[in-house]
Write a protein that binds this ligand. Structure first.
Ligand code: C5P
Length: 425
């Protein structure tokens, strides 16, 4: 396969040498296209020696063979690692002021960008908007790792390990490149990395009625679920949004199924899954209990002089819908199941400790643990989440970031896992 390896001007450029080695050793023909700034970190002779090909950052080299257009046109995969904030901005806005950005504009193959930068730059609204725009166009933007950055600080922004980058790039190629036509692509659907996938997202919070005017509810706003659904639509999925008592406008392009109670939500999710679903994301806050009895007329206070009595409300357990979906799975065609969990740390362990135990109990494929507490998560625009998958001690922490960024991070974990499982049909 013909790969263009773009390298932007960040200190992580040295790690791109390992990315290049992994690609060439796997038998790919790799042309390295550094930016001028990247060449200040790692020189052209290093790239030329490792790739066995000439290297240039300049559109005025190789003019007779129209190199600034040919490289992109002929590539089977374009991978940029590291992608700086500046490169993301130029790519998002279609600038073409050097050979790499020209290549990005002319490429019609899968494009994978692996950002690396300081946390402040990664979480800046300008970068967040650029990433969103790129993902909306079907570009795979790999979620940066969290950890030690250049200098004393640490946080999200590290370039992931070269093995990880190569695995995600090759997965993106097998998903969206030629030869991946087994998936059902709807006419007019965007060619994102979820094209041809069917996704069910539950959002909001259930209400369990006591009588015609009262219910037991919770504080879920539905923002996170709506962001997950919107991101899936932007990446090309066909999305059913099972929406429990959310007042937000639903994202364009979703099929919305409104529900009120946990039992209705279970019914709607099951019906959607029965049709054929690749992924279920349970972001909804589902009531664990409901009143044992529904009073068909309003429960009244008594009006006796000294009567201070109040009714006792008996509760019964609701089904655990997520655990039920996991239990119902049969074989390879079963959907990939994502759970969300609101967690707080306590004296017996921190948020991640409790989340790991919950992942084991629920048996889902990915657990997204929200840190909750006073002023955290519910109804807020930003949250911090920890993403955990079974069989790995690795925890991906994202935040505090907007819920749309959390949504992107969730899909960045799910999409490669779907590719590893093969296609749905
Ligand atoms: O056990 P806990 O409520 O913390 O688990 C949260 C996850 O389980 C969420 O994904 C939520 O949608 C799901 N859940 C469910 N059915 C319930 C309670 C929670 O599917 N009765």
């Amino acid at each position: 396969m013909r790969v263009v390896l773009g390298v932007a001007g960040g200190i992580a450029a040295y790690k791109a040498c390992s990315v290049l080695r992994l690609l060439t050793e796997a038998g790919h023909e790799v042309t390295v296209v550094p930016t001028a700034a990247a060449l200040r970190f790692v020189g052209a002779p290093t790239w030329e020696a490792l790739s066995g090909r000439p290297v240039s950052a300049d559109v005025f080299d190789g003019v007779p063979e129209v190199r600034h257009v040919r490289l992109g046109q002929e590539a089977d995969l374009v991978l940029v690692a590291p992608a700086t904030a500046d490169l993301l901005a130029r790519a998002a806005h279609g600038l073409a002021d050097d050979l790499l950005t020209n290549t990005l504009l002319t490429a019609r193959c899968p494009v994978v960008l692996a950002p690396a930068m300081h946390t402040e730059m990664w979480s800046h609204p300008a970068t967040v908007a650029n990433v969103e725009m790129l993902r909306g166009r079907g570009v795979t933007v790999v979620e940066p790792a969290s950890g030690r950055l250049t200098g004393k600080d640490s946080g999200p922004g590290r370039l992931p390990d070269p093995e990880d980058i190569v695995a995600q790039a090759l997965a993106a190629h097998s998903r969206t490149g030629p030869g991946s036509a087994r998936r059902r692509i709807r006419p007019g659907a965007s060619a994102g990395d979820l094209a041809g996938r069917r996704v069910v997202v539950s959002a909001g919070g259930t209400r369990e009625p006591l009588d015609p005017v009262r219910f037991l509810g919770n504080r879920s706003s539905g923002k996170q679920g709506y962001a997950v659904a919107a991101a899936a639509v932007a990446r090309g999925a066909e999305v059913t949004l099972v929406s429990a008592n959310v007042t937000l406008p639903p994202p364009a392009g979703c099929r919305v199924v409104p529900v009120e109670t946990a039992l209705e939500l279970q019914e709607a999710v099951r019906a959607a899954v029965a049709e054929w679903t690749d992924v279920v994301v349970m972001t909804a806050a589902v009531a664990d209990f409901r009143p044992a009895r529904y009073a068909s007329s309003k429960i009244k206070k008594t009006h006796g002089e000294d009567d201070r009595s109040a009714p006792t409300i008996e509760l019964v357990r609701n089904p655990d819908i997520l655990a039920g979906l996991v239990a119902d799975r049969a074989g390879a065609a079963s959907p990939y199941i994502v759970g969300f969990a609101a967690e707080t740390g306590d004296e017996s362990g921190d948020v991640v400790h409790h989340a790991r135990a919950k992942l084991a109990r629920k048996g889902c494929d990915l657990l997204v643990a929200n840190e909750v507490g006073v002023g955290k998560t519910f109804g807020q625009d930003e949250s911090t989440v920890h993403l955990l998958v079974p069989g790995s001690d690795e925890v991906r922490t994202v935040g505090p970031v907007g819920k749309d960024v959390v949504a992107g991070a969730v899909w960045d974990v799910v999409v490669p896992a779907l590719a590893d499982r093969g296609t749905a049909d």
